[in-house]
Design a protein around this ligand. Structure first.
Ligand SMILES: O=C(O)C/C(=C\C=C(/O)C(=O)O)C(=O)O
Ligand code: MG
Length: 429
């Protein structure tokens, strides 16, 4: 799979029923109004026949589904035109630990190594009434029909392309029912649907997997972009949150990246477009189960990003939804990496944001709740970090709204200074 694998949560009617009570809780007290997106990063993707690694002591659930495969660059596509942008479909398995909450992106449940088997692409016209069967060790364990989805594949492509340009090879997993099939080491998981070759994967205790997928050491910015929410206590309290007890990690797709001296679009009819100055750590060497003490050996260097958020679009589900944080061009990042050795102490750098020359945000990485080594140890405990992967470490207090015409400069001491200008949707056309 050469593209980004997007996935949608809560798209099956049985999930809406099962989570009904949770949706009524504060602060939103309503079901999600828009599709709830997340990403299956590159460490999760495996092919037909490859082993699904089973993390010891966890419950693992198979989630048979279909992936829509994008065939042509798609931006703001209408539902009725969606078919022109679809190359075909492939069977997929959205493997997950049980979903205990839809409040956070559940990276630990969904983004483990090998948790997204993907089959061969088939040029089918649509998958709107497709029965998907899961067999475990040759016996049928589950069956569901795509007609029970809330949004069809065409509707999903249209909704996602509204804020994220999709490229050929990108995929969208169209959803799974609430009930999933538990799998165990030694199981053979087979997914079947009419018109598709079977997708078959053995489940293997992850301690028995000796080879890990490597990726070419692509230059920044093509790795997986992980980002921290609320990693500075002063910023958490500014948003009226308690500081987190565990890192709150979410993912951003490549469509959101742009460079220095570029423009970013403020959507019409919103109130909160917030800049976020962040130190970005770039991984230099494959990291899995790395201790805090060794973590810095895996760092190539540092760069700077502006993790813009359209906070109007926050919903209380898989927060923050990609619609808030992964919009086209809304993550400016410097293309230069300052080597690790040039920054003796990444835990003592000043971050600043200037809007039209006025200092609006200032903080120091000394206030990071979870430090760089802690984050690398935390992530590598359940996923392989590869060269080129990036960790945006979060932003300190000092958010304010920015509007078309504003020049926004974010800087991290010793690492760099990144300039961006805000434009309106009309100017961007
Ligand atoms: O968006 C929010 O309200 C908080 C948040 C993410 C915050 C950051 O990106 C950050 O602190 O840098 C969230 O995950 O909900
Ligand atoms: Mg941020």
């Amino acid at each position: 799979m050469k593209g980004t694998v997007f996935a949608v949560a809560l798209n099956h009617r049985s999930q809406i029923d099962a989570w009904h009570h949770a949706f009524q809780q504060a602060p939103y007290k309503t079901a999600p109004k828009t599709a709830v997106w997340f990403i299956k990063p590159r460490n999760t993707i495996i092919g037909n026949g490859e082993a699904i690694p089973y993390p010891q002591g966890e419950t693992v659930q198979s989630g048979a589904t279909v992936a829509l495969i994008v065939g042509k660059t798609a931006s703001k596509v209408r539902e009725e035109d969606a078919a022109q942008y679809i190359a075909g479909y492939a069977l997929a398995n959205e493997v997950s630990l049980p979903e205990e909450s839809f409040y956070r992106p559940a990276i630990k449940a969904k983004c483990r190594d090998g948790f997204c088997p993907l089959g061969e692409t088939v040029a089918l016209k649509d998958v709107d009434n497709l029965t998907i069967i899961t067999e475990i060790n040759g016996r049928e364990a589950d069956s569901w029909n795509t007609s029970d989805l809330q949004r069809s594949a065409a509707q999903l492509l249209s909704a996602l392309s509204e804020f994220a340009t999709l490229n050929p090879g990108d995929a969208i997993l169209i959803g799974t029912p609430q009930s999933r099939t538990e799998i165990q080491p030694g199981d053979q998981v087979r997914i079947l649907a009419k018109g598709f070759p079977a997708l078959e994967n053995p489940v293997v205790d992850e301690r028995d997997i000796t080879t890990r997928k490597t990726f070419p050491p692509q230059p920044h910015p093509h790795g997986t972009l992980l980002a921290l929410g609320l990693n500075y206590a002063d910023h958490a309290s500014e948003l009226e949150f308690k500081p987190p007890e565990e890192p709150l990690v979410f993912l951003k797709a490549p469509n959101t990246l742009t460079g220095d001296n570029q423009t970013s679009v403020r959507p019409n009819n919103i109130e909160y477009m917030h800049y976020e100055a962040e130190l970005v750590v770039v991984i230099g060497k494959q990291a899995r189960n790395v201790s805090e003490a060794d973590a810095m050996d895996y760092v190539a260097g540092y760069t700077v990003c502006n993790d813009y958020a359209i906070r109007d679009y926050l919903e209380n589900y898989y927060r923050p939804n990609l619609r808030v944080k992964s919009r086209d061009g809304l993550t400016p990042m410097l293309s230069t990496i300052v080597p690790k050795d040039a920054i003796p102490d990444p835990q003592n750098l000043t971050l600043r944001t200037f809007v039209n020359g006025e200092l609006r945000q200032q903080g120091t990485t000394a206030d990071l709740i979870f430090s760089v080594p802690v984050l690398i140890a935390y992530l590598s405990e359940f996923m392989t970090l590869n060269p080129g992967d990036m960790i945006a470490t979060g932003t300190p207090k000092g958010l304010s709204d920015v509007v078309p015409g504003d020049e926004v400069v974010v800087e991290v001491e010793g690492v760099g200074r990144l300039v961006n200008r805000i434009v309106s949707e009309e100017t961007a056309k």
